[in-house]
Design a binder for this molecule. Structure first.
Ligand code: NAD
Length: 291
């Protein structure tokens, strides 16, 4: 199938990044959220990020304008139904995602491919609640979407080859690289990355190091471009906790137990950059460690 229109559900950090790269690659995008504010700020962030790319000479001003013209926004989920490919990028909670798919099903075209950008939830289980498990798969972008090269493509148990090939072609058109992952908790990248972040939080919790010393150690000692706590703030601590819970529940191994300190930060609403506070406080000029 030749995908021309893409429906994106959720205009948060991931949804707006996905809309950005899709529109820039020539796809027509319909972006949906339950919050008008999320749609407005998502759209202005896309404009800002595209303008930054133009400022660096990576794209032309005409491409910025044409990309923005290819994006429409809507609070009505049914408007997403008439697209060739749907990418669900709403909050990482299974009940939220299931309710979205349930509401969307009556409005879909027969050929529409349904995908989820979930970081960890079972694709097979999400697919089984729809009318099209063979045309359902995981389409997992990395954050920030315009910068990161990888997209994990995850086949559910019923996903057919045409669906996989169609999504693979979309990734190629975006100029990104697809990695094929099997449908087990957290797939490849987060299966490896999240236990490392969780261990960094344990290292902080047990007083082995401060926020700054843990991040500096991993940057200078392991050559990571960002420290694990800085990265956790970037991803969102609620998302990190949700992924650890999926690993813990799905693999039933105590090595995946979420650190109580991570839970406490989430309980406080200190979710990282998106709420201006996490392992660092971002409300001032420069980030200040909170421990
Ligand atoms: N943050 C990351 O680094 C990252 C990376 C890869 C994948 N993901 C995945 O992408 C998804 C979104 O994560 P995010 O970081 O963008 O979260 P976010 O909190 O920034 O955005 C989520 C958006 O979904 C919207 N939303 C909630 N319920 C909705 C509904 N019923 N219908 C439409 N919109 C709804 C919210 O209003 C919000 O704007 C999650 O599944 C997450 O696991 C996140």
């Amino acid at each position: 199938m030749d995908v021309k229109t893409v429906g994106i559900i959720g205009a948060g950090q991931m949804g707006n990044g996905i809309a950005h790269v899709m529109a820039l690659s020539g796809f027509h995008v319909v972006l949906n959220d339950i919050s008008q504010q999320a749609l407005d700020s998502g759209l202005s962030l896309i404009q800002k990020n595209l303008a930054r790319q133009a400022g660096r000479g990576k794209i032309s001003d005409e491409e910025v304008a044409a990309s923005m013209e290819r994006i429409s926004t809507t609070l009505v989920l049914a408007d997403i139904g008439k697209t060739d490919l749907v990418i669900e990028a709403a909050t990482e909670r299974e009940t939220v995602k299931q309710a979205i798919f349930e509401d969307l099903l009556p409005h879909l075209l027969p050929h529409t491919i349904l995908t989820s950008n979930t970081s960890s939830i079972s694709i097979t289980r999400l697919a089984s609640r729809t009318d099209r498990p063979e045309r359902f798969m995981g389409f997992h972008f990395m954050n920030p979407v315009p910068v990161m090269q990888l997209v994990e493509l995850i086949r559910g148990i019923a996903t057919d080859e045409d669906t996989f090939k169609t999504c693979q072609a979309v990734v190629e058109k975006l100029g990104k690289t697809a990695a094929s992952a099997e449908d087990f908790p957290a797939f490849i990248v987060n299966r490896i990355l999240m236990p490392m972040i969780n261990e960094a939080v344990y290292t902080l919790y047990e007083g082995v190091g401060s926020v700054r010393s843990i991040d500096e150690s991993m940057k200078l000692g392991a050559n990571h471009p960002m420290g694990p706590l800085e990265l956790a703030d970037f991803i969102g601590l609620d998302t990190c906790l949700a992924i650890m819970n999926v690993l813990h529940d799905g693999l039933a191994d105590t090595k995946y137990r979420p650190c109580p300190l991570l839970t406490k930060y989430v309980e406080a609403g200190w979710l990282g950059r998106k709420t201006q506070r996490g392992f660092y406080d971002y409300r001032g000029e420069t980030p200040v460690p909170t421990r």
